[in-house]
Design a protein around this ligand. Structure first.
Ligand code: AHG
Ligand code: MN
Ligand code: MN
Length: 334
């Protein structure tokens, strides 16, 4: 022993496998495949600045090859890793209009579908600011042995078996839940492994950070503007004013609030009556994580995000998510 012990993501997945009712090795292998995709996407993200030198997206690089946008690359890498493992029959992605059936011969035998936002915060790629990947895993509802259909994806978030995100920040992390708490792993590039660094993450019940794009204030519901004003008032007893923090990558904004306590809001606006963020690829997976960490996620009008029954793949929903007491407080004003 060198006095240094790490739990890698691979070890952790296998150790915890028995905790999830009804799932076996296939499910662990699926999580492992996502862990592999995370390492490859992380590598590509780290090279993003260099890609810029070689040519802009949509143009040719010096070798005469097309330079692909990082979100397209991340999308394809996830699909490739999920295809190779053989445990996933179909994928729905923010980057794809329709569901993608995995094209391997054994895919129809697979039990699981994956929904994802392969690159979240894409406006931050070119400026070297944190971005992420969001995923969730569901058991298919159509019979094993047949091709998956859209129906397999029209499931409320409360049916989700596992969800998680990767954040490509000052370090790369993978945070996930299988419904038994939330655990975070940091990529140690020297050994190429995700190592358990944040076991059993709990979001503080109350925080001091509010995250919302205040540029849209003129279009916000009145209750939200009242809340923002309240956050900015001086009051020693309630620790106000709060800090305003908004990165513009949902993953990064929520990751910070998960660790420090805070509220993240993407509301309906007069221009976007359904909000902006996608229920299946962004809101459900993040709501599952935040709830599992002890927080709360609703649409601001009394509906739990995880209880919304989806009707469309790319459906959007307003969202209020984060520390329980902060979310409840804003809900009262809405
Ligand atoms: P994506 O890059 O996957 O399209 O997601 C961007 C999303 C989300 O990450 C972020 O919270 C939000 O858009 C920011 O939107 P605004 O620029 O309208 O604030
Ligand atoms: Mn996104
Ligand atoms: Mn995206």
């Amino acid at each position: 022993m060198l006095g240094f012990q790490v739990t890698t993501l691979g070890q952790f997945i296998i150790e915890r496998q028995s905790e999830i009712p009804g799932v076996k090795g296939e499910f662990s292998r699926l999580l492992r495949d996502i862990g592999i995709a995370a390492k490859i996407i992380s590598r590509e993200v780290n090279k993003a600045g260099l890609a810029e030198i070689l040519g802009e997206a949509g143009m040719e690089n010096v070798q005469g090859e097309d330079v692909k946008k990082l979100d397209v690359i991340a999308n394809q890498l996830m699909i490739d890793c999920l295809s190779r493992g053989g445990e996933c029959c179909a994928v729905a992605s923010e980057e794809e209009e329709d569901i993608i059936l995995i094209s391997t011969p054994q895919a129809n035998e697979a039990k699981y579908v994956v929904m994802m936002d392969p690159l979240d915060g894409s406006s931050n790629i070119d400026v070297n600011v944190s971005i992420g990947t969001i995923f969730s895993i569901f058991e298919r509802v159509t019979p094993v042995g047949t091709p998956a259909t859209k129906e397999d994806f029209m499931q409320a978030g409360n049916k989700c078996l596992a969800s998680g995100y990767m954040i490509y920040g000052s370090s790369t992390m993978l945070v996930y839940t299988t419904g038994k708490g939330v655990n975070g792993f940091t990529l140690d590039p020297s050994i190429g492994e995700f190592c358990l660094s944040h076991p059993n993450i709990r979001i503080p019940k109350m925080g001091k950070i509010y995250s919302v794009n205040e540029g849209n204030k003129a279009d916000f519901p009145e209750g939200l503007n009242t809340y923002i004003q309240w956050c900015q008032e001086i009051d020693k007893e309630t620790n106000r004013p709060y800090s305003s923090r908004y990165i513009g990558s949902m993953v990064a904004d929520l990751h910070r609030n998960l660790l420090k306590g805070g509220i993240f809001v993407y509301p309906q606006t007069t221009k976007k009556p359904d909000g902006k963020l996608r229920l299946l690829y962004e809101c459900n997976p993040m709501a599952f994580i935040v709830e599992q960490a002890g927080g709360r996620a609703t649409n601001g009008y009394g509906k739990r995000i995880l209880d919304i029954e989806p009707t469309e793949l790319h459906q959007r929903t307003p969202i209020i998510i984060g520390s329980e007491d902060m979310v409840k407080q804003l809900e009262q004003l809405m």
